[in-house]
Design a protein around this ligand. Structure first.
Ligand SMILES: [Zn+2]
Length: 286
């Protein structure tokens, strides 16, 4: 596995003429205890090592999807507006989606849709540039209405956690496309509200019905392949009971229908698939 900051994967075809590439936009280091939540260290520590500050080195993975003559970026990384102190605590390296795209020969102004899975800093921070203007001038930003409302809501749990300034800048520029539930952006690319991690978290379903392969981008509902066991919820999940229910439903479908899986924070090669185990659980396969 290469360690370079910015990388782009080979295009991978899905049903309906959809093409997907993984764009690596840098790294960050979430606290391992928070990341694995209820899971005992004795279990997760078999899968991944921590650094001297108890953190795990994870990727900031974006997707670049081409379908129906449109270009769709999924996720925006941390962006460039974090303080140095915050970048240090969270171990951010890179994180600027525009720099990541340019480094692999792609232009931010070529993007037609930006899908933001939810409004946490490592997914929505890069919606805007250093000056606070929308970073993708020709894009519509796709956010679930529930998520936008939660960001402006009065729940104490999410105060100061959601990227409200970024959301408001995009809305003020007339570039916000609020969706509710399931929405097709172009043929073969749909967003679907999952909730669980945050009130309006969304996943991306890739590929048309019929012949050909399909894929899913999980957002933080399942941030890495380590968290495929459906009860392995994170301490960052605002609605863990809902997260387990929707993970159960979608992981079952992903395994049964052999969907390819893209994980937003996985440092390994993507995509991979999920298979059922003979004990009734699920695990990563090829
Ligand atoms: Zn995240």
């Amino acid at each position: 596995m290469s360690e370079s900051l910015h990388q782009i994967g080979e295009p991978r075809p899905y049903a309906g003429g959809v093409s997907v590439r993984v764009v690596r936009a840098g790294w960050f280091r979430p606290d391992a205890g928070g990341f694995f939540g209820v899971v005992p260290r004795a279990l997760w520590s078999r899968l991944v090592e921590t650094d001297e500050r108890g953190r795990i080195r994870c990727r900031l993975n974006l997707l670049l999807i081409e379908a129906g003559g449109k270009r769709i970026l999924v996720e925006t990384g941390t962006g460039v507006r974090m303080t140095d102190k915050d970048r240090d605590i969270k171990g951010v390296e890179g994180g600027d989606p525009a720099a990541a795209l340019r480094a692999v020969g792609e232009a931010p102004d070529s993007i037609d849709f930006v899908v933001v899975s939810h409004l946490h800093y490592d997914h929505a921070g890069g919606m805007v540039d250093a000056a606070g203007r929308p970073l993708f001038p020709n894009a519509r930003y796709v956010v679930q209405r529930d998520e936008a409302e939660a960001a402006h809501g009065d729940e104490l749990r999410v105060q100061g956690v959601m990227e409200v300034e970024q959301l408001d800048a995009v809305r003020a520029a007339g570039q916000l496309a609020e969706v509710h539930g399931e929405a097709e952006l172009v043929e073969g690319v749909r967003v679907v509200r999952t909730g669980g991690h945050t009130r309006g978290s969304q996943a991306v379903l890739i590929g048309t019905d019929g012949t050909g392969e399909k894929a899913i981008f999980w957002g933080d509902l399942i941030p890495t392949r380590w968290q495929i066991p459906i009860r392995w919820t994170s301490a960052y999940d605002d609605y863990p009971v809902e997260a387990i229910e929707v993970r159960n439903e979608l992981v079952r479908r992903a395994a049964a229908e052999r969907w390819w899986c893209y994980f937003t924070h996985d440092p390994g090669d993507l995509p991979i698939r999920i298979e059922a185990t003979d004990k009734g659980g699920f695990r990563a396969s090829d």
